[in-house]
Ligand binder design. Structure first.
Ligand code: BGC
Length: 737
């Protein structure tokens, strides 16, 4: 006789075993069996209730079978504040203050995979600590134009750097915290203008070489448990209805067995989305039963438009994910938020993310002993940023502003004087500039801290008591979801301010705080020292002060090109941005530095650039190529030395160039990097391995990756424009895979 197993017993059994690796392998089959058993017990209505939002940030559970709702929260810089199920007005209690992490662009600027893991770990722990199951991040879309309002939530213009940072981030979230990431936004979501309906037009090679690799790595190497489809269309279909993206690429090619959820309100048709592989519909309205994946889904199954097997497949994925994050266990991780350890990690990341762009005459670091009075100028010195950017906003437990960080660092021996310098109130501008100039004249040293902020200009003006006539001109948002900037310019006459301060103090240090590049050409030649910082987490001000006063040697490198002007950017020069209903990505694979280097356009600061307070020497390059007819392995070995007086960290970058390609390829493509710490006068041997795809391009004709035989140049560099060592290799046969 067949023995029936009591499901509670079964679950406990799985749970008791589930922490050991061997047990996990054994349990995989047990879990799958259990899932099938559960599915057989669920009614159609119950199944469907698990496939859509039943609150703005949760699904419905099935109580009688101990299936809990899945609770979600936005990231990626921290766990967002709590909302009620049915309203976008935050609850407003005091229990949702959290650790505020540096934004993703800042994280990418560290070029440290260890720090990426730590960032993920903090986020995962905090999400679990706040009782969540999914954290809606990381955002890993490619930064195609400097104007995209969500660039600060993304990592880089380069697919390799994004992949390498995303994978440890995802592992950090998931590995120890019983939490799932939700990697977003799949795919080709590179602008906010018309984001709900826009359709990028690009070819398959561009898709595969630029816009998909980070998602592929997230799934195949990072083992992401969930992925969020983007709002936009691709190849004629919304991403959420896109069989090619979800079924063919994500599931068939990459073997994704996790959950696909929609961006909020990204589904437009029940049958199309259900059959395309979408598992959970989330949205922005509160008529939860009317969602496409609610009553209409039940109806579509009953009327035979969708097979119930399709729904079962979704439930299978959802339950599988629930097991992965131990949702059925009494022993699930508790997580923790606002721990000292988490805060310390945000400081570690912030320290390594700051990029020293320019340092003529070595005027940085500043010597505190020589400074009796310090002038700090600029609104960004004195405001917080954690509470902005729309879905990336959070309630930070605290946020050290640059002004606070500088004061904390200097203590009582230096008098720090502050002037706001600029403001959105145009009537105050001249007055604020004059005040700042007077302050600059009277101080031993001056630091200007400007840049961007997550702002809605119309809201801000209204907060200042200025009536706003709603029209498109005034409704401008900067570094914020839902809007792209319209130009590269620094807002609020900051150029005038910086120029006039530099006229009276040529040693004034300029700090730009932003998530994207700004036009600095109006004053860059007059400034001797320029520093880039970001929305840099709760300890951002501490880290900045430590860099400015030399306690920390800067080691950040730009993860994006800083152009001289907008028209130099490939999306604007060759392609379209923001385009109309459709956006031509005619620049193809020539995104970011791939374009600047290939077409000899000089940027203001190139991709990979970042100075140090010490100097590094690169020597003794060896390139080892091993391979047979099926595979090829390349190892780069070199010696790196710190020739200066200070301990420092250097990011060694490896770019390749295919000299004899039959298709047009960029002059350089990043394929490896390593961040190395060296004490003064120390040398190290560094080995960097290049993956199989490093030499390949994607052939549209053959639908395959191709390494075409012939000569390749291997560049070892300190930035994309500072190549230190070079070697040529000859690949004897062509590889296709
Ligand atoms: C954003 C997502 C976010 C979601 C939930 C959407 O508008 O595009 O990134 O996770 O809202 O807040």
């Amino acid at each position: 006789m067949k023995k029936t197993i009591n499901s509670d017993f079964f679950l406990k059994q799985i749970d008791a075993d589930s922490r050991g690796i061997e047990a996990n392998i054994k349990n995989a089959t047990m879990v799958e069996n259990k899932i099938d058993e559960t599915i057989s017990k669920l009614t159609l209505k119950e199944k469907v209730s698990m496939c859509h939002g039943a609150g703005l940030f949760r699904t419905q559970g099935v109580e009688r079978l101990n299936i809990l709702p899945i609770k979600m929260s936005d990231g990626p810089m921290g766990v967002r504040h709590e909302f009620p199920d049915d309203s976008w007005t935050p609850i407003g209690n005091s229990d949702d203050y959290v650790t505020y992490l540096p934004c993703n662009t800042a994280l990418a600027a560290t070029w440290s995979t260890d720090l990426a893991y730590e960032a993920g770990e903090v986020l995962g722990k905090e999400a679990r600590g706040r009782g969540k199951d999914f954290i809606l991040g990381p955002g890993i879309n490619i930064i195609r134009s400097p104007l995209c309002g969500r660039n600060f939530e993304y990592m880089s213009e380069d697919p390799y750097l994004t992949s390498k940072m995303a994978v440890p981030f995802i592992k950090g979230v998931q590995e120890k915290n019983d939490i799932s990431v939700c990697v977003k936004h799949f795919a080709v979501n590179n602008q906010e203008t018309e984001r709900l309906n826009v359709e990028p037009e690009l070819d398959e090679r561009t898709l595969r070489e630029i816009y998909l690799p980070a998602f592929e790595a997230a799934v195949k190497e990072g083992n992401a448990y969930a992925i969020m489809t983007a709002y936009n269309k691709l190849f004629g279909h919304y991403c959420s209805h896109n069989k090619y993206l979800i079924k063919k690429i994500l599931e068939e090619e990459w073997g994704f067995d996790g959950v696909v959820i929609s961006d909020w309100g990204a589904i437009h048709d029940t049958v199309e989305a259900a059959n395309a592989g979408m598992d959970i519909e989330m949205s922005v309205t509160t008529n939860f039963d009317e969602y496409y994946f609610a009553n209409p889904l039940i109806k579509a199954v009953k009327e035979g438009e969708i097979s119930e097997k399709v729904i079962d497949e979704k439930i299978k994925r959802i339950l599988r994910l629930m097991y992965k994050i131990n949702m059925f266990s009494d022993n699930r991780e508790r997580g923790e938020y606002n721990s000292e350890e988490n805060r310390k990690k945000t400081l570690d990341i912030a320290r390594e993310s700051i990029v020293l762009l320019k340092n003529e005459r070595q005027i940085l670091p500043l010597e505190d002993k020589k400074i009796k009075t310090l002038g700090v100028i600029g609104e960004n010195a004195n405001i917080t940023h954690s509470n902005g950017g729309v879905s990336a906003e959070i309630k930070a437990l605290y946020e050290i502003t640059p002004l606070l960080g500088i004061n904390m660092r200097l203590g009582g021996q230096t008098q720090v004087k502050y002037a706001k310098g600029y403001s959105n109130n145009k009537y105050l501008k001249e007055e604020l500039i004059n005040e700042a100039v007077e302050l600059a004249k009277s101080c031993d040293a001056v630091i200007i801290i400007g840049g961007l902020k997550h702002i809605s200009e119309d809201l801000e003006l209204e907060n200042n008591g200025i009536t706003v006539i709603k029209n498109d001109k005034i409704k401008r948002r900067i570094d914020s979801e839902g809007y792209d900037r319209t130009d590269l310019e620094l807002p609020y006459e900051q150029d005038d301010l910086i120029k006039r301060v530099l006229e009276v103090n040529k040693n004034a240090i300029v700090v730009m705080l932003s998530g994207s590049p700004v036009n600095m050409t109006r004053w860059i030649d007059d400034a001797s020292a320029v520093v880039q910082t970001w929305y840099n987490g709760m300890e951002g001000g501490t880290a900045l002060a430590e860099v400015l006063f030399g306690d920390v040697n800067p080691s950040g490198k730009l993860p994006i090109t800083f152009p001289r002007k907008l028209e130099d950017c490939p999306a604007h020069k060759i392609g379209e941005f923001p385009g109309g209903e459709k956006v031509k990505y005619s620049e193809g694979v020539f995104v970011g530095y791939r374009y600047f280097s290939s077409y000899d356009i000089e940027p203001l600061f190139c991709f990979g650039h970042g100075l140090s307070y010490t100097n590094f020497k690169y020597e003794d390059l060896q390139v080892l190529v091993e391979g047979d007819k099926d595979d090829i392995n390349i190892s780069i070995i070199l010696k790196i030395s710190n020739c200066g007086q200070k301990t420092g960290k250097e990011v060694i970058q490896v770019y390749i160039n295919d000299e004899e390609s039959c298709v047009e390829r960029p002059k350089i493509e990043l394929k490896g990097f390593s961040k190395v710490s060296l004490e003064a006068n120390e040398s190290k041997e560094v080995k960097i391995k290049l993956g199989k795809k490093s030499l390949a391009y994607y052939s549209i004709e053959e639908s395959k990756w191709v390494i075409q035989k012939g000569k390749f140049n291997i560049f070892v560099a300190s930035s994309s424009m500072d190549i230190r060592l070079k070697e040529q290799i000859d690949i004897k046969s062509t590889y296709k895979f």
